[in-house]
Design a binder for this molecule. Structure first.
Ligand code: CMP
Length: 229
């Protein structure tokens, strides 16, 4: 729990009292955790693996909203507004989640006003990212959107010390975002993502080391992220 940013400011005794009310569940790579429209009764905390949050059509097309990393929570929206699950959640790689029942979640929020504020901050961040996603698709070309996404992923990776740098473009390694995933996050095709990554690699802006990637020329990538052409 100490790794989950939602709980990070809790005193150890408070964390222990919440930990006693948690259950754990394991999911295999690609397994559905819940689907949009399901009734929501639990909050979930990612411990191992990752979780894709997206919306899928009956024809198999997916809009990927975000990828939840260890320490992040999801499934809070339906607990707060009493509506059904707003998106699908699917395990990426073998995934372990902790679950907290609605009653215990709402009791926690009532007992710890700091937690309620923290949750508001998390929801604000989600809304902000959502606005950025819509803004990107509506107003910016793919190279700008992709540069922004890589910078965001890199910033997240460095915040979570134990986390490896996000893998890209290697579908053989279970649980890592592929080029297709990156494309879905920014509303672009895998081919376009592949084109820009290849170009940036040739220009020395990014370097690929097997499955991982590293930003070599931050200034150049930031310049692309802030450009509009
Ligand atoms: P809930 O609606 O219970 O189930 C789906 C979950 O996905 C939701 O709670 C949030 O935790 C998460 N979610 C839904 N929409 C978004 C979004 N646009 N960005 C990030 N996470 C989201």
């Amino acid at each position: 729990l100490a790794r989950a940013s939602f709980f990070e400011n809790f005193a150890p005794a408070e964390r222990e009292s919440i930990a006693a009310r948690l259950n754990s569940r394991r999911f295999k790579d690609g397994e559905t955790i819940f689907m949009r429209g399901d009734p929501g009764s639990t909050l979930m905390i990612v411990v191992e693996g990752r979780v894709r949050i997206g919306v899928n059509t009956a024809e198999g097309r997916e809009m990927l909203l975000t990828i939840m990393e260890p320490g992040q929570i999801f499934g809070e929206m339906s607990l707060l507004d009493g509506q059904s699950r707003s998106a699908d959640a699917t395990a990426m790689g073998d995934t372990l989640v902790l679950t907290l029942e609605r009653f215990d979640f709402t009791a926690t929020l009532r007992q710890f006003p700091e937690a309620a504020l923290r949750l508001c901050a998390m929801l604000s961040e989600k809304l902000r990212r959502s606005t950025d996603q819509v803004e990107g698709v509506t107003l910016h070309p793919v190279n700008v959107r992709l540069a922004r996404l890589l910078l965001t992923i890199a910033a997240q990776a460095s915040k979570q010390s134990s986390k490896p740098i996000a893998g890209i473009g290697n579908p053989r390694l279970k649980g890592n975002p592929t080029q297709r995933d990156l494309g879905q996050l920014i509303g672009a095709s895998r081919q376009k993502v592949n084109f820009h990554l290849g170009q940036w690699q040739a220009e020395g802006i990014i370097a690929r080391d097997g499955n991982a990637f590293a930003i070599q020329n931050w200034k150049a990538l930031q310049a692309i992220a802030n450009s509009d052409a």
